[in-house]
Design a protein around this ligand. Structure first.
Ligand code: AMP
Length: 114
């Protein structure tokens, strides 16, 4: 699959598309991946439109940290003592959805499917 033109995650944030929500704060939303690659597979996204991690800069740095804070809270909520975090950056990095997202995966993920 190639880079999508439509940002489906923006539609999820706007409530136009459903999701199975796991965590939400003022800036962050996390929901279960529709095609899980592990027993637990969650996507953590910012509510602001950032396309890839290449857009990180001094001004938006905090939002990147908040993705990790959300991962920590999700692990607590799901009573997971260990997990994997994965991020595809840009089309050439395997990113399909053009909205920044951190994959939160249980340890059974073997690192090859994303
Ligand atoms: P990436 O390849 O890093 O862009 O990952 C995009 C992820 O979004 C994939 O793991 C998809 O299974 C997932 N995905 C696509 N559409 C939806 C959706 N509507 N709800 C939840 N997850 C989705």
């Amino acid at each position: 699959m190639t880079f999508m033109e439509k940002n489906i995650f923006a539609e999820i944030i706007a409530g136009k598309l459903p999701c199975q929500k796991v965590y939400e704060s003022d800036d962050i939303l996390a929901f279960y991946d529709i095609a899980p690659k592990a027993k637990t597979h969650i996507l953590i996204i910012p509510k602001t439109e950032i396309i890839t991690a290449q857009e990180v800069n001094e001004k938006n740095l905090a939002i990147f940290g908040k993705l990790f804070l959300a991962a920590k809270e999700i692990a607590k909520k799901l009573k997971m003592t260990g997990y994997k975090l994965h991020m595809n950056v840009g089309e050439d990095g395997g990113q399909v959805v053009p909205h920044l997202h951190l994959h939160f995966l249980s340890a059974d993920y073997d690192g090859s499917q994303l």
